[in-house]
Design a protein around this ligand. Structure first.
Ligand code: GLN
Length: 553
């Protein structure tokens, strides 16, 4: 079967949920028996997302192969329940870089290399490679940004070229914002979307389907108006109202028969129609039996009331997956670590939570506050999950307050530290010294041997099955610093358990603290592998502990 291409563009403004729309269409088509892959094109000159600040761009998501990419890739993996690779992500920067490298290698045979057509052709060839690598019948490609802006014009040009070459195999969707006015905000306005369609037309494109993002479902009249004014066939405007949970989106799209519309346009015959697993998930989400309240102590929250939850989107989703699996409604609150530095009395608020997470992070702002929060959770037996930096700070806290190494710290915070219980990896030293920041951390999947008799071993039974002896699991990483081997023995003697190690390098991957209902921290990021239908074992057992009133004070 020839590859079919479905492009997803955005109209009117950013933040309308193109990523979730792309992931949802992918999920629906997969459920209809096709092999589907999802690709993201970001209009940034950054070669990957690794150097972007999470407060500006949201979370940096990491793939098995170490690709640092946009958080939407996380949505694709979660909805498709598939692990993707670097073939599925590109930026303006990465596309230009390969064109320039090819030119330097004389691969254009002495021709004059021009922005058009070379850049769009490179984009198309990458899309084809990704489809091939994933053995996909259907490739869904999300174009970052909004139509009408300068940055993504070459990607629209790629769609135009591909449409000329394969008119029957290309479908274009526009996820567009339909604002509402008037009392109660129910008067939906279609004009901005009409302008967005004109923008597409000025790039030589016309949408086949419009996904109308609005606060409420679109009424028939508004649908007809959009169809008529934007030159669409009847039924090609799909209502995309606000939802409580993003996992409802595929079900909503199917209410307007999106998959039938798409398959008909691409002349595809569906093998089946089955979103049963997803419907069960949504039913579960909508009918919880109690709540679980989790606090996340971090610093990427922006300032004032503005909470940039996008910085930790995978952590958030992982908590939700785990909570849903125990049929609980997750209540997640953000706790700014800076405040604990200023006023230690505020730490008492941690008692109001069933569990606390200290997630990943970089730099030393807010770390003393996070260490204080960690100490509080350890002493007050509050279920605690530390992720990456969260593990490093747990080790520092334990070294200072239990092992008596008062000046214990990380090399990241103090280059001249005497007791760097967290130190830089040998191979990282040179890279940092030479200021090679992009794509140079310990990135992607590494094995971890999980020791029997630990909380983690018990947890990973979910994935590894009932087995005696250590489990070998694979988890994703993104860090430069590590537990310093020199201190491992003393920390273990004082009651810290090393529950997971890398079998090749012997690096510490998971630590636990004894005589505590749940104190687990990992050097890797389990949140990158949690899926709604396959919650991550560590999150699942953390939430389980958080739901139990086990021996807390
Ligand atoms: N800053 C720490 C390091 O580089 C932790 C990174 C993280 O939390 N992802 O090792």
């Amino acid at each position: 079967m020839a590859t079919k291409y479905i492009f997803v563009t955005g109209g009117v403004m950013s933040g309308v949920g193109k990523g979730v729309a792309t992931a949802s269409i992918a999920k629906i088509l997969k459920s209809r028996g096709f092999s589907v892959t999802a690709i993201k094109i970001d209009p940034y000159v950054n070669v990957d997302a690794g150097t972007m600040n999470p407060t500006e761009h949201g979370e940096v998501f990491v793939l098995d192969d170490g690709m640092e990419c946009d958080q939407d890739m996380g949505n694709y993996e979660r909805f498709l329940d598939t692990s993707l690779s670097c073939a599925n992500y590109m930026t303006t920067g990465s596309v230009y870089l390969s064109v320039i490298n090819k030119e330097r290698a004389m691969e254009y045979g002495g021709k004059c290399v021009e922005v058009v057509p070379q850049i769009p052709l490179e984009v198309i060839s990458r899309i084809d490679k990704a489809a091939k690598k994933n053995k996909a019948n259907i490739a869904i490609i999300e174009i970052g940004g909004t139509v009408g802006e300068y940055q993504n014009i070459l990607f629209l040009e790629a769609i135009r070229i591909l449409k000329i070459k394969k008119p029957k195999n290309v479908l274009l969707t526009l996820v567009s914002f339909v604002p509402s006015l008037g009392a109660g905000g129910t008067e939906l306005k279609t004009k901005p979307t009409q302008y967005a369609v004109r923008s597409l037309e000025s790039a030589g494109l016309h949408p086949d389907i419009i996904l109308a993002r609005a606060s409420v479902p679109l009424d028939q009249k508004r649908k007809e108006k959009l169809e008529f004014m934007c030159g669409l066939q009847e039924g090609d405007v799909i209502s995309a109202p606000n939802v409580e949970s993003i996992y409802e989106v595929p079900i909503n799209f199917e209410k307007d028969n999106i998959s039938d519309r798409i398959l008909k346009k691409l002349s595809l015959k569906a093998k089946n129609k089955d979103l049963a697993d997803w419907r069960d998930l949504v039913k579960n989400i909508q009918n919880p039996n109690g709540e679980v309240k989790i606090g996340i102590v971090g610093k990427y929250f922006g300032s004032g009331d503005f909470v940039l939850t996008d910085s930790y989107i995978s952590v958030l989703e992982s908590v939700k997956h785990a909570a849903y699996s125990w049929n609980k409604k997750p209540i997640i609150e953000w706790l700014d670590s800076d405040t604990y530095e200023k006023d230690a009395k505020l730490l008492d608020e941690l008692k109001n939570y069933d569990g606390i997470i200290v997630p990943g992070g970089f730099g030393n702002r807010g770390v003393e506050g996070k260490i204080k929060a960690t100490e509080y959770c350890r002493k007050n037996k509050i279920p605690f999950l530390g992720l990456c930096l969260g593990l490093q700070l747990s080790v520092i806290e334990f070294a200072r307050n239990v092992a008596g190494i008062k000046d214990a710290t990380s090399r990241e915070f103090d280059k001249k530290a005497k007791n760097a219980v967290i130190d830089i990896m040998e191979e990282q030293k040179k890279l940092l010294f030479e200021k090679h920041y992009g794509g140079t951390m310990r990135l992607g999947a590494y094995d971890c041997e999980v020791q029997p008799g630990t909380i983690s071993h018990e947890a990973y039974k979910d994935w590894a099955g009932e087995k005696s002896g250590p489990y070998i699991i694979s988890e994703r990483h993104r860090h430069r610093y590590e537990v310093n081997d020199k201190y491992r023995e003393i920390l273990q003697k004082k009651g810290m358990t090393v529950a997971g190690i890398n079998p090749k390098s012997n690096l510490v991957e998971i630590i636990e603290i004894k005589n505590h209902p749940f104190f687990v921290a990992s050097q890797f990021h389990p949140e990158f592998k949690s899926r709604p239908l396959k919650p991550h074992p560590l999150f699942r057992s953390f939430i389980n502990a958080a739901c139990l009133p086990a021996g807390r004070q």
